[in-house]
Design a protein around this ligand. Structure first.
Ligand code: FES
Ligand code: FES
Length: 151
């Protein structure tokens, strides 16, 4: 099937298999390896990207399921909130092994875009779909609050 899809502001026109996953399209077809592959079952959130403004697990989405004229943002995005979050995560020591970091940042970016002044409780709920095994989460929450102060 032929698709047209906007990824990080770039329009791609490609021939894809309908049952290809969005995760594999991003990583293999477009070479955007920043989006991580974890559980493949919608449990870990490592593969989170923003699809038409909402955070989704790209491992669970088939290309045939994409709405027409879809827009995707990944960790390679140059969106100002994504870039600010990347800086804050580094400055606050909010990343260790890094497996969850792209998913954490994209989930945070979706939340802060919709709700710039999200409360700590809302931040915790917004990130509940992404699992971190390393940081204990507090530094991640601190990094997001740091970004909120900058916005
Ligand atoms: S790899 Fe998609 S949720 Fe874990
Ligand atoms: S930094 Fe290792 S899983 Fe989050």
């Amino acid at each position: 099937m032929k698709i047209e899809i906007l990824v990080n502001g770039v329009l791609y026109k490609r021939e894809v298999s309908p049952d290809q996953r969005l995760l594999d399209f991003l990583r293999e077809d477009l070479g955007l390896k920043g989006t991580k592959q974890g559980c493949d079952q919608g449990e870990c959130g490592a593969c989170s990207v923003i699809l038409n403004g909402k955070v989704v697990n790209s491992c669970l989405i088939l290309m045939v399921q994409l709405p027409l004229q879809s827009e995707v943002e990944t960790i390679e995005s140059t969106d100002s909130i994504v870039l600010s979050l990347q800086d804050s995560f580094v400055e606050n020591g909010a990343t260790q092994c890094g497996a969850c970091t792209p998913g954490m940042i994209m989930a945070s970016a979706a939340l802060l875009t919709e709700k710039p002044q999200a409360t700590e409780q809302e931040i915790r709920e917004g990130l509940s779909g992404v699992i971190c095994r390393c940081t204990g989460y507090q530094k991640i929450f601190d990094a997001i609050k740091n970004t909120q102060r900058r916005m």
